[in-house]
Design a binder for this molecule. Structure first.
Ligand code: NAP
Length: 312
């Protein structure tokens, strides 16, 4: 049996605690050796106050999971790749496509694996939806991604700062499923971004997109949803309508629920760590730039509309 991959983690916030740390503990192929955090220590794990200190202080590390906000992903990934370790990076990848392209180049040059994760692509109903679409032609797509920012992102000021993406932080999850389901290029036609007067990033967005073959896509993102939380993708096809809900966790075809694959009952992050292990074993990287490309294109065509200030 291969020795476990000795992994460090930078940024001990919500996603690190909710998913990465428990997931690493549950996978015998990985061992959490160290964390880098400005404010936190994890019991039983070497804790450093910066990434630089962790890389220098734990020379036996094989890999690092980057769980910080996107504004600081690029510098962190550069440091880790430069030190000869593999990188697993949370979404959204970086503050720009240029940064992501350069990380791909640096990973290749270093011989290390770079895995840009999109956790929603591993949601249980996404693969079954993809298979159903092999026999169907999509005509229209309607995305509704509406959640309460106070409930899901309490106090996360970075979301509202430049490079934080605002409502596109969760909205990009929908776009990552969309680009997985629709392989042809997708182009935004119009977009309205609703930006609070006291913030730099949108709190809501209405977007029209198209493909060359004529698929019409509408996306509606909103951080102000206090009622039922909705993470839905509806696909009109030349057959029965498909309805993905719960962020890609459930699928219905017409009125009928489509069961998930028996082998795919794992949570999204378990699939992510399995994939990271395989990539390292094969000496490969996996970077899907399409969701960030789409967001970047949306911002290029968008009209910004000022709305009421937002406070937590
Ligand atoms: P968070 O709770 O705010 O945690 C981020 C952590 O990163 C902070 O606690 C902080 O940890 C560290 N950090 C380093 N530089 C920072 C900076 N300049 N500003 C703020 N924090 C900084 O955020 P999160 O929800 O874990 O999200 C982190 C990443 O995971 C984001 O890219 C997000 O999109 C992604 N993600 C989040 C979720 C979710 O449900 N929350 C789901 C999927 C993906 P230290 O104090 O330890 O340094």
């Amino acid at each position: 049996m291969q020795p476990p991959i000795r992994i460090g983690l930078v940024g001990v916030g919500k996603i690190a605690r909710d998913q990465h740390i428990p997931c690493i503990a549950a996978h015998s192929e990985f061992k959490l050796l160290a964390v880098a955090s400005r404010h936190n220590v994890i019991e039983g794990v070497a804790s450093y106050s910066s990434l630089e200190q962790m890389l220098a202080g734990a020379p036996e590390l094989d890999a690092v999971a980057i769980c910080t906000p996107p504004q600081v992903h690029y510098e962190a990934a550069k440091l880790v790749l430069g030190s000869g370790r593999h990188v697993l990076m949370e979404k959204p990848p970086c503050a720009s496509l240029g940064q992501l392209d350069n990380l791909v180049r640096l990973a290749k040059a270093s011989g290390c694996s770079l895995y840009q994760t999109w956790h929603s692509q591993h949601a249980r109903a996404v693969e079954p939806a993809l298979r159903l679409l092999e026999q169907r032609k999509v005509r229209r797509v309607h995305i509704t991604w509406k959640e309460d920012v106070r409930r899901w992102h309490p106090g996360q000021e970075w979301l509202w700062q430049p490079g934080g993406f605002g409502v596109f932080d969760p909205g990009m999850n929908a776009l990552s499923i969309l680009t997985k389901l629709i392989s042809e290029p997708i182009y935004p036609q119009t977009a309205q971004l609703f930006v609070p007067a006291n913030r730099s990033a949108p709190i809501a967005a209405e977007i029209e997109l198209r493909t060359d073959s004529g698929i019409e896509i509408h996306a509606s993102f909103d951080f102000r949803e206090t009622g039922p939380q909705r993470w839905n993708i509806d696909l009109d096809t030349d057959g029965d309508a498909m309805h993905l809900s719960a962020g890609g966790g459930h699928l219905t075809l017409g009125e009928q629920p489509v069961p998930a694959d028996p082998g795919s009952l794992d949570a999204e992050y378990a699939a992510i760590y399995r994939r990271f292990y395989d990539l390292i074993a094969r000496g490969e990287s996996d970077v899907d730039t399409r969701p960030l490309q789409l967001v970047s294109d949306i911002f290029l065509v968008a009209k910004q509309i000022p709305v009421q200030s937002f406070e937590y």
